[in-house]
Design a protein around this ligand. Structure first.
Ligand code: NAD
Length: 479
């Protein structure tokens, strides 16, 4: 098993050294081929994700295809600009030289993807990695077999196989794959596996991006349009049957707000999925038996006031709302990653903020209020990967916003230019002229106080507002 990646790696390493991936035209051609994969295989993608996890076609088309294409178009529209050397400020000594940041590819990079958005979470980093000029190995999740097969069998026919490879691997094979030296590893998945990946990367001092999960709090203040809040929260929680890293994981609100929110959530769920959500074509299924058992067990926390039904054969768990949930309950100890929304009551906003800050830093904090000051307070006094006020999930749709975690929810960022930058080494370059050696003599031994004064005058970064450069400086240039 270990031999396949080694052979693939050798091929990619050789191509990387040949410089094939560096020209912009090459990157553009590969990215356009990726776009053709999305267009021509759209139906296959919809079918694969439907058989893997009952993903509704609307959700698959929106997230797996449309959002990928947005990233692709944003990248193609801006690549020539992003790739350009960035010329930077210079000091007196280097005034006549060239100082710039070269946007260098890392080399051979590894992308490991999870199963919940099996195409989107594989292709978005791949787009950035190709755009930045790298050779890439992508490893889809083994949990979603149909999507994994589609990616492994079809994607390579669109891309240059000298530079890009799909490796299918379970835990054991991925462990072996990670023993190899990569120039960058981009991992999306759980925090526990993130630790394993980072430890493996540390052996080679390989830089990593870790896009992880966690529990995203959703504070609902007493002043808000309750029905709108219920719709936006229910949509974010039950989209993809709750298997979304940025789903609102639990609601924090007062007892009074809970009373108003429950009938509004009930109405939203019925409006979305009808009186029998199990029969709705717009509600997904849990990805596998192990996850089904895990999520079902979490239903024992608190009391189900909406939903609560399960069907093991179909891996169906009804859109569920739990009340009387205690912070010490099992459902509050792990990321739910299923269609269950617990409500934890708090006395007021301050207590909600204390609750959020007493837990690991999440991927996103949500705050709902008609009073902007409340939303701003929650933003100001908490820390998380991202933030979204008065809605859920929507921040992920903007290619202009960095997306990523902090602390337990991850490290690094992606989307739009941020993905390009993630896969780019910002190489600081100074290209000096051969002549003007008299200037350089100032820094050579034998040293003297006078030389030190001149060197300082020519290279010092002054604090703004402090007296201007010393009188010696013009003399330095004119020497
Ligand atoms: P996971 O961590 O179990 O698996 C992710 C990938 O790692 C898979 O490809 C898997 O094959 C591989 N893997 C699993 N165990 C491994 C090991 N011991 N060594 C090496 N590789 C291993 O995650 P998952 O169940 O596929 O996805 C769900 C998790 O991903 C959730 O926690 C969710 O929040 C998180 N997630 C985060 C983001 C984000 O952008 N931050 C997006 C989607 C999902």
């Amino acid at each position: 098993l270990g031999r396949i990646p080694v052979a693939v790696l050798g091929r990619l390493r050789a191509t990387w050294l040949s410089g094939k991936t560096r020209p912009m035209e090459y990157r553009v051609a590969q990215l356009e081929a990726l776009g053709r994969f999305l267009d021509e295989k759209k139906q296959d993608i919809l079918e694969a994700t439907a058989s893997d996890m009952g993903k509704p076609p609307f959700e698959a088309e929106f997230t797996e295809i449309l959002l990928c294409k947005n990233e692709l178009h944003e990248t193609l529209n801006n690549l020539s600009h992003w790739m350009k050397d960035k010329h930077v400020d210079k000091n007196l000594v280097t005034q006549l030289d060239s100082a710039f940041i070269r946007k260098d590819p890392y080399g051979v990079v590894l992308i490991i993807a999870p199963w919940n958005y099996p195409i989107y979470l594989l292709l978005v980093p791949l787009i950035g990695a190709i755009a930045a000029g790298n050779c890439v190995i992508v490893k889809p999740s083994e949990m979603t077999k149909n999507s994994e097969r589609l990616v492994a069998e079809v994607l390579p026919s669109y891309l240059d196989n000298d530079c890009f490879a799909v490796v299918t691997a379970g835990v054991q094979e991925t462990t072996m794959l990670l023993e190899n030296k990569f120039d960058y590893i981009f991992f999306t998945g759980s925090s526990s596996v993130g630790r394993i990946v980072m430890a493996a990367a540390a052996k080679h001092l390989t830089p990593v991006t870790l896009e992880l999960g966690g529990k995203n709090p959703c504070y609902v203040s007493d002043t808000c349009d309750v029905q709108n809040v219920a719709q936006r929260v229910a949509w974010g929680r039950f989209y993809n049957a709750g298997q979304t890293c940025i789903a609102p994981d639990y609601v924090l609100c007062s007892v009074e707000m809970q009373k108003k929110l429950l009938p509004a959530l009930d109405k939203a769920i019925t409006d979305f999925y009808g009186p029998k959500p199990q029969e709705s074509p717009d509600f997904g299924r849990i990805v596998g038996d192990k996850h089904f058992q895990r999520v079902q067990t979490l239903l024992r926390s608190g009391r189900a006031v909406i939903g609560g039904q399960t069907d093991e054969k179909e891996r169906y768990i009804a859109p569920t709302v739990l009340v009387d949930v205690q912070p010490s309950d099992p459902i509050m100890q792990e990321e739910i990653f299923g269609p269950i929304l617990p409500i934890v009551t708090v006395a007021n906003m301050d207590k909600a903020i204390d609750f959020i800050n007493s837990h690991e830093r999440p991927l996103v904090v949500y705050a709902f209020s008609s009073n902007d000051k409340v939303v701003k307070q929650v933003l100001e006094r908490t820390s998380s990967g991202g933030f979204c006020g008065n809605d859920t999930l929507m921040h992920v749709t903007l290619t202009s916003l960095p997306f990523g975690g902090i602390g337990n929810s991850g490290l690094g960022m992606q989307h739009g230019k941020f993905t390009f930058d993630t896969f780019t080494h910002h190489r600081g370059c100074l290209h000096r002229g051969m002549g003007r050696e008299a200037l350089n003599a100032l820094r050579y031994p034998p040293y003297s106080q006078q030389k030190l004064g001149l060197v300082r005058a020519a290279s010092e970064v002054k604090r703004k507002g402090s007296p201007g450069i010393s009188a010696a400086a013009p003399g330095v240039l004119g020497a």
